[in-house]
Design a protein around this ligand. Structure first.
Ligand SMILES: CC(C)(COP(=O)(O)OP(=O)(O)OC[C@H]1O[C@@H](n2cnc3c(N)ncnc32)[C@H](O)[C@@H]1OP(=O)(O)O)[C@@H](O)C(=O)NCCC(=O)NCCS
Length: 243
């Protein structure tokens, strides 16, 4: 094993993500490419760290990622914001990304309107959680995502609804009602899921790909469909428990 490969393995082990499969996989060229990417992302992250509200360790920022109003952003250690992601931080309670959080490529977190005219509540993402590529998270109502939550690509969270009772006025002119969204620890949200305003998803739950969730989800449930319904409960021995 070359020196580069040994260095790479030490690095991977230090993040706790080494598996038998990646122990001997990478050539020297691969390792160099990884180090180059890490180095440039680290440089961007170090520049961002000078401007955030608080940060407690390594911050990696990919090419083309945009962090707006970073003085409302608090980050833990080993946080990754990937290529082309946009995190707009202006909000009443700020944007808090816990240790080891990943914001995937092209994902967008937006608590406020683009120019910040009407600041939203903000968002807290718990330790070890990963927001998938191209997710859209509005955070006008407060969004709380627990620890070790996995998002597939293109998940959409919408914590507000337009008011529409008055037939004489435009929907646009009637304002919005904001209700937060809460996702418990250790959940898996499949790709293309939409979660609507006011929803709480209990810990340990799975939302199947393509679901639209408009009601609360009990802990350890698997839900799917439009609107999402219980598929089954997760049980210790994985016995089938049909709704
Ligand atoms: C939900 C999921 C985890 C499978 O769970 P499972 O308990 O193994 O489900 P099964 O495949 O045994 O299917 C059980 C029932 O759920 C239904 N179901 C499964 N996936 C569904 C989906 N995405 N939407 C609606 N219903 C679904 C099945 O049709 C089946 O219904 P039936 O009993 O009436 O035939 C999987 O289908 C899924 O959606 N995974 C998400 C993948 C993803 O987005 N990955 C992103 C990478 S992080």
């Amino acid at each position: 094993m070359s020196l580069l490969q040994k260095l790479y393995l030490r690095l991977v082990r230090s993040t706790g993500s080494v598996t038998a499969a990646n122990e001997h996989m990478l050539s020297d060229l691969d390792v160099l490419a990884v180090f180059w990417r890490l180095g440039t992302n680290l440089l961007r992250g170090s520049w961002l760290k000078l401007r955030v509200k608080s940060s407690s360790g390594l911050l990696l920022v990919g090419r083309g990622a945009r962090i707006l109003n970073p003085w409302y952003l608090s980050v833990g250690h080993n946080v990754k914001i990937e290529e082309g992601a946009e995190v707009q931080c202006l909000s009443r309670q700020g944007v808090i990304l816990g240790n080891g959080v990943t914001i995937g490529r092209g994902a967008c977190i937006r608590p406020s309107s683009y120019y910040g005219m009407d600041p939203g509540q903000g968002i807290e993402v718990g330790e070890g959680s990963a927001i998938g590529a191209y997710c859209w998270i509005g955070a006008s109502g407060h969004v709380r995502i627990g620890r070790d939550v996995l998002f597939g690509p293109r998940v959409v969270l919408i914590p507000e609804n337009h008011n529409f009772d008055d037939l004489e006025a435009t929907i646009k002119s009637q304002g919005v009602t904001r209700a937060g969204i809460e996702i418990g620890d250790n959940c898996w949200i499949g790709c293309n899921v939409t979660i609507l305003s006011g929803v709480t998803i209990g810990h340990g739950s799975i939302v199947a790909a393509g679901a639209v969730v408009r009601g609360n989800v009990e802990p350890y449930s698997i839900v799917g469909g439009v609107p999402a319904k219980l598929i089954r409960k997760r049980t210790a021995n994985e016995e089938l428990c049909v709704a």
